[in-house]
Design a binder for this molecule. Structure first.
Ligand code: EPZ
Length: 447
């Protein structure tokens, strides 16, 4: 944005309209980022299709260019050619912007035998440690020093090994699978993550010539030492984007169909929606939700896939705030993923948290006001809340949401929502037509 700080984009949502219609899903953020990193494993060009136009992808493309690869937009595809001389150093500024940048570590060690990655900070959902990544690479024979805020990885040739993960970490599984493609002999990753995005990465790597068995199960076998070539691959649809729109459809009492996602990627989530009284129709790559009665409370525990996705937890709290009774959500994946609760309560929700538990009282009539998005999925939850709240909800710091949702405003308006995005220019203040919620505003007076 020219001259605008990232904190100035805002969404104004007028609640009360049932969402109706179809939404074509974008490619999965949490797969596309890894496929872009995996393109570093070969000097051949790789074409990755259905790449979502989101800021995290832009950051990863910048990272690839900083490492010396060519990366270019080709419509909804990105073409990466890491043919030239690559630098193995991932700069702090980019890693600070997106901690998922750590995912270049495995490919760089595989391709160059070394990598220097700025230590990714934590974020507000937790410390986001990387000890499983580091211990796994050491198991494959890499030497790792951490000093001056950088992780320096060296290898004189990775050796295949059995690598048991303490926890089915998505990122650690991905870094280790990519590193293992260059290790001599077989690598077996035990207690591997089973997310659909892992399966998509392994499909991409097999398309490059890698030999990988067991993707999607807890034990992944990688036969290393194959030279990898370019691939043309389409990213799977984003199951978290899908779940977000399905929640918005159910919350507003409308009828929303997502297009592009295999319903099996959201099996437990859809079962929970049904337990709440939402009607769910599944077809090959379509999922439709409707609701013709009140919502029932349910208890939910977030877990690694195929458990309930932690990335849908904040959005589900909004739906449960409308249910006729009390629900409990237990967050088992991240240490601090109830950050958005205070803002939801300012909209009229009745959520109390204690440690890893959130107790959601319902039903609540939410009422619009100005709220601040604390992170990506919390921001999406605030937009969902605004869709059902009385009056206008203004969601600030919507740059968080831009990290993971392509054209959220356009997709919501196409579903009949009343959503306006505006970027307040500090030089001129808000646009004339933007109604700032003030104490004179009827929405605040409750007139
Ligand atoms: C990926 O993060 C996703 N991000 C997250 O999505 C998602 O919430 C998470 O997987 C779980 O599904 C991307 O794919 C870019 P983890 P990742 O390693 O790989 C601890 C979103 O909203 N841990 O499975 O970082 C860690 O602290 C984002 O799109 C260690 O302790 O997840 C966390 O508590 C948010 N040591 C838990 O494991 C390690 O070495 C899960 O982390 C690694 C992880």
């Amino acid at each position: 944005m020219d001259g605008l700080s990232e904190h100035d984009a805002r969404l104004q949502v007028r609640g009360g309209r049932p969402l109706e219609g179809e939404v074509v899903l974008s490619g999965a953020k949490n797969s596309a980022l890894k496929l872009l990193a995996a393109s570093l494993l070969t000097a051949d060009p790789c074409v990755i299709r259905r790449v979502p136009r989101i800021t995290d992808v832009a950051t990863m493309v910048t990272m690839l260019r900083a490492l010396g690869a060519d990366a270019s937009d080709e419509g909804d595809a990105v073409r990466v050619e890491a043919g030239g001389r690559l630098s193995g150093c991932a700069p702090y500024e980019l890693v600070r912007t997106m901690r998922a940048s750590i995912i270049v570590m495995g490919p760089l060690v595989a391709r160059l035998g070394e990598a220097t990655i700025a230590m990714p900070g934590g974020c507000n959902i937790g410390p986001r440690r990387i000890d499983f990544h580091i211990r796994g690479l050491e198991k494959l024979g890499a030497r790792i020093d951490i000093e001056h805020g950088f992780i320096r990885v060296h290898s004189d040739g990775l050796k295949g090994a059995v690598v048991p993960l303490d926890y089915p970490s998505v990122g650690a599984t991905e870094n280790l699978v990519m590193a293992a493609t260059a290790a001599e002999g077989e690598t077996v990753i035990e207690n591997a993550a089973r997310e659909p995005e892992i399966m998509d990465l392994c499909a991409f790597l097999r398309g490059m010539g890698a030999e990988i068995e067991g993707a999607g199960s807890s034990t992944i076998h990688v036969a290393g030492g194959r030279s990898l070539h370019g691939v043309d691959h389409t990213v799977i649809a984003d199951r978290i984007e899908a779940g977000t729109y399905l929640i918005m459809g159910a919350a507003t009492g409308g009828r929303v169909t997502t297009i592009g996602l295999d319903p099996a990627h959201l099996e437990l989530f859809l079962a929970k929606l049904q337990a709440m009284g939402v009607q769910v129709e599944e077809a090959e790559d379509r999922i439709t939700v409707t609701r013709d009665g009140p919502l029932a409370p349910v208890d939910i525990s977030t877990l690694p896939h195929p458990g309930f996705a932690t990335d849908l937890q904040a959005q589900t709290m909004v739906l449960l705030s409308l249910a006729e009774g009390t629900s409990i959500i237990t967050e088992n994946v991240f240490e601090n993923r109830f950050v958005v609760v205070d803002e939801l309560n300012r909209l009229g929700a009745g959520i109390e948290t204690s440690g890893h538990h959130a107790v959601i009282a319902g039903p609540r009539q939410l009422s619009g006001t100005v709220v601040e998005a604390p992170d990506l999925r919390g921001g999406a939850a605030l937009v969902a809340a605004g869709l059902v709240a009385d009056g206008v909800t203004e969601v600030r710091s919507v740059y968080h949401v831009d990290r993971g949702y392509e054209d959220l405003t356009g997709k919501l308006c196409a579903l009949g929502a009343d959503v306006t995005r505006w970027e307040e220019d500090p030089r001129t203040g808000p646009p004339e037509d933007a109604s700032l919620l003030t104490c004179e505003d009827e929405a605040v007076r409750g007139a």
